[in-house]
Design a protein around this ligand. Structure first.
Ligand SMILES: OC[C@H]1O[C@@]2(CO[C@]3(CO)O[C@H](CO)[C@@H](O)[C@@H]3O2)[C@@H](O)[C@@H]1O
Length: 452
């Protein structure tokens, strides 16, 4: 006898998934709840279910509301393609393209854009449950959530498709939860990709979350979670990865490409690790620890900062200048160890004009340990760049340029006077580090030809 706990959205008796998949999924969830009513049948009784979305395009006009544990919603393909490149290509060229829109198991978020409504009203998937225990083991896997378009921000000069604003969220988890998984998903053109409040043992793994205003936001507070192995890149206004009041967050093996106003932004995050990630950005403030972020390990990451090479996006930035710090640290006893940091930028693009860019800047707190960071700062080879070429070739030629570069004078570490008792070892020569040696410990990186 086939299981009743396997549902296919294209084979369900209420609603039409090609008109509104939201109505179909809500009706399936209602069916699961009507059948799984008893909390304890032979030490079981509420196994949840799987809802399958085959490859195809499914508009969502009704928000999906999830309030049951053990629900897995899965498709067969994250289907990402760049909407940013498409919308910055003349529409007359689309007729020759092999495909124009994202694919896979694709949900087209067509929720009405509400002005003045709650933020969560714009979420395709909304998860909330009160009472005990916390809702557990809801899983989203292997499908695409496409926010379709960004909207005019009222400034009058932006292409609406480049604003990264539309009030839409892919997955919004409003109440405390345990052991959720988001994996294999593709999220594109949403103002917020994944927003999670009060996470515990959350895994966000192997997703493609790009061209969203913000990609991952862990809000409220949380513990013991991981963001691993994702390809991520937010718009110039928002966060690629943001976490608030979190303990025990592991951020590892992600490839975080531009733009994002930051790659990692922590507020009050402690005892967490950021390791073995690759970060690429077009602006200062790649990693920001604000408030008090303490006892975190930032290690073995590769940071690369250059100027935006692609013409259509060159008018935009995050508003920070080069004195802000590529890594901005506020807090106590953090370890910033063995990172490689490349910055390549022509002096004419440095702000304020004539400034010496700051790489690692510690603005408050004490006891931070900054050791063995290798900073390579150069002017860029602007002659090889052609901002009018295809997005891919422009970005790749810019990324690969390592010849003909000249050394750029930078401050590798700057310890502001508000921060004391830090240890700075082998992260810059005497001339590259700004530190009060009376209240901090400092050992400079030896310079070839000069006595140690
Ligand atoms: O290179 C990674 C991703 O970047 C693209 C291509 O380039 C874009 C165009 O806006 O610029 C940024 C990256 O430098 C992106 O976020 C964006 O999306 C994806 O097409 C691509 O998947």
């Amino acid at each position: 006898m086939p299981s009743q706990n396997y549902y296919d959205v294209t084979d369900w008796n209420q609603g039409n998934p090609y008109e509104d998949i939201g109505e179909v999924i809500n009706s399936i969830i209602a069916d699961i709840k009507s059948r799984q009513t008893d909390t304890n049948v032979n030490q079981g009784g509420k196994p949840g279910a799987v809802i399958y979305i085959p490859p195809g395009d499914y508009p969502l006009l009704t928000q999906v509301v999830i309030d049951i544990s053990y629900l897995k919603i899965m498709g067969s393909g994250h289907g990402f393609t760049s909407s940013s490149i498409r919308f910055n290509t003349p529409e007359s060229e689309w007729v020759n393209w092999h495909e124009v829109w994202p694919g896979g198991s694709r949900i087209l978020v067509e929720l009405p854009a509400g002005v003045g409504t709650k933020e969560s009203d714009g979420a395709a998937f909304y998860v909330a449950r009160s009472g005990d225990p916390r809702i557990s083991s809801v899983e989203f896997a292997d499908f695409c959530i496409d926010g379709l378009h960004f909207v005019d921000d009222g400034s009058g000069n932006d292409d609406p498709e480049n604003t990264y604003l539309n009030g839409k969220t892919g997955i919004y988890i409003a109440s405390a939860q345990d052991s959720f998984r988001i994996s294999g998903m593709g999220l594109v053109y949403l103002e917020h990709g994944v927003t999670v409040y009060n996470a515990d043992a959350l895994a966000i793994h192997n997703n493609f979350i790009a061209e969203c205003g913000n990609c991952i936001e862990l809000r409220g507070s949380g513990q013991a979670s991981k963001v691993t192995d994702n390809l991520i890149g937010a718009g110039y206004r928002g966060y690629s990865i943001y976490a608030q009041n979190f303990g025990g967050l592991l951020i590892t093996a992600n490839n975080i490409f531009p733009r994002g106003k930051s790659s990692i932004h922590f507020s009050g995050v402690v005892r967490s690790s950021v390791s073995s990630n690759r970060f690429h950005s077009f602006y200062p403030g790649m990693l920001v620890f604000e408030g008090s972020c303490s006892e975190n390990l930032v290690s073995a990451n590769h940071f690369f900062r250059e100027r935006e090479p692609w013409g259509p996006m060159q008018p935009y930035n995050n508003g920070l200048d080069d004195l802000y710090g590529l890594l901005f640290i506020s807090g106590d006893h953090n370890s910033i160890i063995a990172n490689h940091i490349s910055e390549t930028i022509d002096t004419q693009y440095i702000t304020p004009p004539g400034a010496k860019p700051v790489i690692i800047r510690v603005v408050s707190g004490q006891g931070n340990y900054i050791s063995d960071n290798h900073v390579v700062a150069t002017t860029e080879a602007s002659q090889v760049q052609d901002a009018t070429g295809s997005c891919f070739s422009t970005q790749v030629s810019s990324l690969l340029a390592t010849q003909g570069l000249q050394a750029l004078d930078v401050t590798t570490v700057q310890i502001e006077k508000e921060s004391i008792q830090n240890t700075i070892l082998d992260s810059g020569s005497d001339a590259q580090v700004v530190v009060d040696k009376a209240v901090n410990a400092f050992r400079s990186t030896p310079v070839p030809g000069l006595p140690v």
